[in-house]
Ligand binder design. Structure first.
Ligand code: GBH
Length: 460
């Protein structure tokens, strides 16, 4: 049996574009995802988030689902262009009203709101008018938007996450172009990532200077990282695995904990990797009250210098294989989810131990973990034993990590609902609840019931 510490936070997570819908209602402005989805061929079946789970209209029902499971926290993101349709300037009161209602309804049900300010949906106007994340000034607009959120919601919201998975915005949005805005480059991911870190630093500075002491909340960043296991015992492969983790998690966590990018990145990327000004550095270093981690899978890492092989090794590293000089692969014995992602629970433990060691034992919240897995629907009940096995396996390893001294304080299942899974459209279902996208009906899967008992017992 795995017993979790007292006060362990049990939650679920979603993001605005993936669930809200109501994309043109009540004054919402467009985001880069609204535009990206309209480019034929970018999203499976050319689907989009116009309606998604219609959470904008059905939020009360969704809060009730969480209340039934007994979660103590809900992580959702705010749609920037719902509050500021142009990303700056004119504000949209209807947008604030929506989040006020959602937050109040969560609190009425004893569920703590964990708010992500940016989960990839940059206002389209900022992208078109000023080049989005490539323009250094974007950090000021992030800061302005964040300040409005603290002013309006900070009396009730005590947990803030500045950015979700900056790695994905930078690498998949500005490198491979498989996520919005669909930009392809080997230089720009590093610029986009740099400006995201600068934005994060400014946002945290504002919160700490003007709000934290009055509002008594915490603020941090959530980074994603898949575990990298050396393919062999050779020192070269061991070093390759470390390098792969530095290029993945170190890219964003090293600046936040140490004030600069990992040495290995400087060495391999050269002058394509920007430098922090002293001012930026002082804002970014020590800018997270907790370590937010999104974790999904594991791959093997092999040291390799053949450019050609590396150029084609896109999966798992977003096309920067040639910068890392790491070839990623799968162990054929590993089972996979519907996404084709390897199911390797011990990889999660090793990653937690790696973080603990490298960043000097931070308080870690796993702000996302979950899977898309075949759901067998029989007479109105959804049998997703595969998901239960997945979550159980990962939670067991998390519990082992805690026993060995890793400070994990909470866990959020991705996701509360089946939702718009970005470039995979509605095909990939990550939810604890099944969503019928024709009627909008929600049906709890067996995993929702199972999660309820885990929460109730605070143990597996
Ligand atoms: C998260 O990203 C997002 O925050 C969330 O919005 C999304 O819905 C959810 O996960 C599910 O996708 O193909 O073997 O190379 C996930 C980040 C980064 C995890 C890439 C898997 C690639 C595995 N992902 N990684 S592989």
């Amino acid at each position: 049996m795995s017993q979790f510490p007292d006060g362990f936070v049990w939650g679920t997570a979603t993001s605005a574009y993936q669930i809200e819908g109501a994309y043109r209602e009540d004054g919402r402005g467009l985001s880069i995802w609204d535009a990206f989805c309209r480019m034929p061929g970018k999203v499976l079946n050319n689907e989009n988030g116009d309606i998604a789970c219609d959470h904008y209209h059905r939020y009360a029902e969704d809060v009730a689902l969480m209340q039934t499971m007994g979660v103590t926290a809900y992580r959702f993101s705010i749609s920037w262009s719902r509050l500021l349709p142009q990303g700056r300037g004119q504000i949209n009161e209807a947008g604030f009203a929506f989040y006020d209602q959602l937050i109040n309804s969560l609190l009425d049900n004893n569920i703590q709101p964990w708010v992500t300010l940016f989960h990839w949906d940059l206002p389209l106007a900022l992208h078109l008018e000023m080049d989005g994340l490539l323009n250094p000034e974007i950090a000021d607009y992030f800061a302005h938007y964040a300040k409005l959120c603290f002013e309006r919601f900070g009396d009730r919201v005590k947990h803030w996450i500045t950015l979700n998975e900056a790695w994905c915005s930078a690498m998949l949005g500005y490198g491979l172009g498989i996520k919005a805005p669909g930009h392809v480059s080997t230089v720009d991911p590093y610029i986009a990532g740099h400006n995201l870190l600068r934005a994060h630093g400014k946002i945290v500075d504002i919160y700490r200077r003007d709000f934290q002491s009055k509002q008594n909340g915490v603020i941090g960043i959530s980074n994603n990282c898949d575990w990298r296991e050396p393919k062999s015992d050779s020192p070269a492969d061991q070093a390759a695995a470390t390098r792969a983790l530095e290029f993945f998690l170190g890219w964003f966590a090293d600046p936040v904990y140490f004030g600069d990018y990992p040495e290995s990145m400087r060495k391999n990327i050269g002058d394509r990797l920007p430098f922090f000004s002293d001012k930026d550095q002082s804002l970014i270093k020590d800018s997270s009250d907790f370590f937010g981690l999104n974790h999904y899978t594991t791959m093997l890492s092999e040291n390799i210098e053949d450019e050609q092989l590396l150029q084609n090794n896109i999966r798992g590293n977003g096309g920067i294989a040639a910068d890392q000089m790491v070839l990623l692969s799968d162990d054929p014995d590993w089972a996979k989810t519907d996404m084709g992602w390897n199911i390797v629970p011990w990889g999660c433990r090793k990653l937690l131990e790696w973080i603990t060691e490298r960043y000097n034992r931070p308080a870690i919240y796993i702000t996302e973990n979950g899977c898309a897995i075949f759901d067998d629907s029989i007479k109105g009940t959804i049998n997703d034993s595969g998901r239960i096995d997945f979550l159980k396996g990962y939670l067991q390893e998390i519990s082992k990590a805690i026993d060995s001294g890793v400070d994990v304080r909470g866990y959020f299942v991705w996701s509360l609902l089946d939702n718009f899974e970005w470039e995979f459209g509605y095909k990939m279902r990550f939810g604890l609840h099944y969503v019928d996208f024709v009627t909008g009906d929600r049906i709890p899967k067996q995993s929702a019931d199972w999660y309820k008992s885990v929460i109730k017992n605070n143990s597996l």
